[in-house]
Ligand binder design. Structure first.
Ligand SMILES: [Fe+2]
Length: 275
């Protein structure tokens, strides 16, 4: 390591604020992580070849830009979400994922999620309510929605999907109700071809997430909620690559011959005074 590199590394590191500061929480957590890894090496008698394969994989992942955050999201993010929001009360939270974009278009009634002309996909009327854990309907709750297209692509990230597509914000009515027209999102794969996909292949695991719609809900009297809604019957509902599906977040789809498919979900936000 050159001295110039060492100086740049220190300047860019968020781990310590200065050369003399110590981050106690980092010390505690890193010590636990290290002890766990050392225990694994001893328990499995990790060989030099395996150790070098691991360092080569990390080098490859680091050179691929987004692969290390992707790998952490796949294996760790839902647990981070659980420990931060699991005891909040109300509707269960779920990971935000990498495709959220703030300040999506504000929709006007009747709410139709922003979409291109002739948007492909099965039409879906998603209705529901937003209330507080004390049972009060939340009028004017802000609902921020984003989802993949029928091709499994997110706008603002996939170049073939128009900016702002299948994203939007709207508010509930005086009784906390809403209805949104959109499409049924498909199951889709996380990025293929990178170090994370290679690791999953080595583990004998697929890359697919079941179809879902992302929601962020907020109201001045309650704690904000970030979650996802999944759909009964999705072939990957029990095999999410991210392991994020929760039974309480699965809804049934009601199909009919002469109208859009329907589903509903009643969101509950935790009151601010709850533990
Ligand atoms: Fe997603």
């Amino acid at each position: 390591m050159t001295s110039a590199f060492r100086r740049d590394y220190k300047r860019n590191s968020a781990i310590t604020d200065s050369e003399t500061s110590t981050n106690t929480r980092l010390q505690v957590i890193f010590t636990d992580v290290l002890q766990s890894l050392l225990g694994i090496i001893r328990r499995h008698q990790v060989t030099w070849e395996e150790y070098r394969a691991a360092t080569a994989w990390l080098t490859e992942a680091g050179a691929q830009g987004y692969e290390i955050p992707l790998m952490l999201d796949v294996f760790l993010s839902q647990t981070v979400d659980d420990v931060n929001f699991g005891a909040q009360g109300g509707t269960e939270s779920n990971v935000e994922g990498p495709f959220y974009v703030p300040d999506a278009q504000l929709l006007e009634r009747p709410y139709v999620l922003t979409q291109r002309e002739g948007e492909a996909g099965e039409r879906l009327m998603f209705s529901g309510t937003v209330s507080s854990t004390d049972g009060s309907p939340l009028a004017g709750a802000m609902v921020d929605v984003w989802q993949a297209s029928a091709a499994g692509e997110y706008s603002n990230f996939h170049p073939t999907c128009p900016e702002g597509n299948l994203r939007g914000r709207f508010t509930t009515d005086d009784l906390g109700r809403f209805e949104l027209e959109t499409i049924v999102p498909p199951s889709y794969g996380i990025p293929d071809g990178g170090a994370t996909a290679k690791l999953l292949a080595g583990l004998g695991r697929h890359l697919i997430r079941p179809g879902h719609i992302h929601f962020k809900l907020s109201h001045p009297t309650c704690r904000s909620l970030t979650t996802q809604i999944y759909f009964e019957g999705d072939p990957y509902i029990d095999a999410d690559v991210v392991g994020a599906v929760k039974d309480s977040l699965i809804v049934g789809l009601v199909r009919s011959d002469d109208a859009a498919t329907r589903c509903s979900y009643d969101f509950v936000l935790a009151s601010r005074n709850e533990a």
